[in-house]
Write a protein that binds this ligand. Structure first.
Ligand SMILES: Nc1nc2c(ncn2[C@@H]2O[C@H](COP(=O)(O)OP(=O)(O)OP(=O)(O)O)[C@@H](O)[C@H]2O)c(=O)[nH]1
Length: 459
């Protein structure tokens, strides 16, 4: 199974990292920086405005009090001077007033008044005015100097009240902007992105046909529209890909089944051919009897079985008499026919399971008789001989009869004996030799035996 991609985070986690909130935070951070810069600029501007305003106020005071004070100096109205100085000091932007009277031929006199707690002009403006008086037109005389110190505390007080307004206004502006952006972003983007995410979470191979659609104006053509059509196209191509894959898998399964069937058929054919080959390799093609190789395999098997079970094992070697003469006079083809007829006659006489007749030489047949005693084997050998003679295959050139006959050499491996098959075969072969020597068409058994000879058996 394909593991889910890392981006497939749970929905709750996605909500915690909402794009809207991130946007709001970014806006707020930007607004905070913006507020700091703009507050600094506005404060600097408000400070300069305050200075200008105070300077203008001091200039206005100069204008108002200049003439009045000049007149009071000229008239030497000291009480009036003190009253005017005190009243000017009461104006909010004035921190201190110094009036220096410099009348001709009189010592300079100073009137000064300062606001309680005034420590100096600091950043506040200071204005100096030369007081003059014209007793008659064309005669102007300098009579003193008026110095007005602005009150720095007033400057700071005014700045503080402005600063609060600036900060509150900027804060409100930023918060409203962030809220508006979040609201719009939420309505225009976040809601639809969540819808797309939940649609994608629910996409399965079985519902690829269910297309994604957003609840918004069909006339909107923007990145979300592109995203929706991209998702739908992807689902479409996935669906056709899966369909193709399913088809290929079905075809592949059919091919696999067909291939398995072909392999099965071919294996069966090969097995049959193999069995045929095996059978051919172990069968004499002329007579259809087991051949020499088959006879050798069977003799080994029967020897082992005789040893294991303590059975006796009898062996007959049958040889057609004067067969060379038969061939010479009747032809090789007739010789073959004769061989097939003799083989058939021998086979017909063997009915017991385990008995075996094989063609072990040109006109020589070996008969294996497992668990068969000497007398029984002798009886069977006689029956074989008679059966061949009973075929009555004409053989006018035989030395022993007018028909085809066989001679049989018999050897018996008694139960419990230790001799090998080679020795048994040799004894059967010697018996056959004796049968031939004794005139053919007869059965010859072992020389030293304790069972009587049968009818037709050579002594
Ligand atoms: N037609 C035919 N003849 C075969 C075949 N195999 C062996 N022969 C012939 O069998 C004959 C055997 O002859 P011999 O071994 O001299 O024995 P015989 O003539 O039968 O004489 P005795 O065995 O002493 O009676 C030979 O002439 C072989 O050519 C075969 O497959 N077909």
């Amino acid at each position: 199974m394909i593991p889910p991609p890392e981006s497939a985070a749970p929905l709750a986690l996605v909500r915690q990292r909402s794009l809207g909130w991130r946007l709001v935070w970014a806006t707020l951070v930007f607004c905070a920086l913006f507020i700091m810069v703009s507050v600094l600029a506005l404060t600097w501007s408000a400070w300069n405005e305050g200075l200008t305003r105070m300077d203008a106020e001091l200039a206005q005071i100069e204008q108002i009090y200049g003439d009045t004070l000049s007149k009071a100096i000229w008239e030497l109205d000291r009480e009036g001077l003190q009253t005017h100085v005190r009243s000017a000091k009461g104006i909010p932007s004035v921190g201190k007033i110094i009036l220096t009277v410099t009348l001709a031929n009189q010592p300079a006199e100073i009137f000064e008044s300062a606001r309680t707690g005034w420590t100096g002009p600091g950043w506040a403006p200071v204005r100096k005015l030369q007081l003059t008086y014209a007793p008659f037109p064309g005669a102007r005389e300098e009579i003193g100097e008026l110095v007005l110190f602005g009150d720095e505390k007033v400057l700071w007080q005014r700045l503080r009240s402005q600063l609060a307004t600036i900060v509150v206004a900027q804060l409100l502006q930023s918060l409203m902007l962030a809220g508006l952006i979040m609201l719009m972003f939420n309505r225009m983007v976040t809601v639809h992105v969540r819808r797309i995410a939940s649609h994608l979470e629910g996409v399965r191979p079985g519902n690829l046909g269910t297309h994604l659609s957003l609840e918004r104006s069909s006339q909107s053509q923007d990145e979300l529209t592109q995203l929706v059509s991209g998702v739908n196209q992807l689902q479409g191509s996935l669906a056709s890909h899966l369909e193709r894959q399913q088809r290929y898998e079905q075809e592949l399964a059919q091919h696999r089944d067909r291939l398995a069937q072909l392999v099965q058929e071919r294996t069966a054919e090969l097995q049959a051919a193999n069995e045929r080959l095996q059978s051919l390799a172990r069968t004499d093609p002329l007579t259809g009897l087991p051949n020499r190789r088959h006879f050798d395999e069977a003799k080994a098997t029967e020897m082992r079985r005789a040893r294991r079970h303590g059975h006796s094992l009898s062996l007959l070697i049958c040889d057609i008499d004067s067969f060379k003469d038969y061939n010479d006079h009747y032809g090789h083809a007739m010789g073959d026919t004769c061989l097939r007829a003799v083989a058939q006659a021998l086979r017909n006489q063997l009915g017991r399971a385990g008995d075996m007749v094989a063609r072990i030489g040109g006109e020589e047949f070996g008969v294996l008789l497992p668990a068969t005693s000497g007398p029984a084997a002798l009886m069977l050998a006689e029956r074989l001989r008679e059966a061949v003679a009973a075929c009555a295959i004409e053989h006018l050139h035989s030395t022993c009869a007018q028909v085809v006959t066989i001679s049989i050499g018999l050897a018996v491996r008694e139960s419990g004996a230790t001799e090998e098959f080679g020795a048994l075969f040799q004894r059967a072969d010697q018996a056959l030799y004796r049968a031939k020597a004794a005139g053919r068409n007869q059965v010859v058994g072992p020389e030293n035996r304790d069972w009587p000879a049968k009818k037709g058996e050579a002594a």
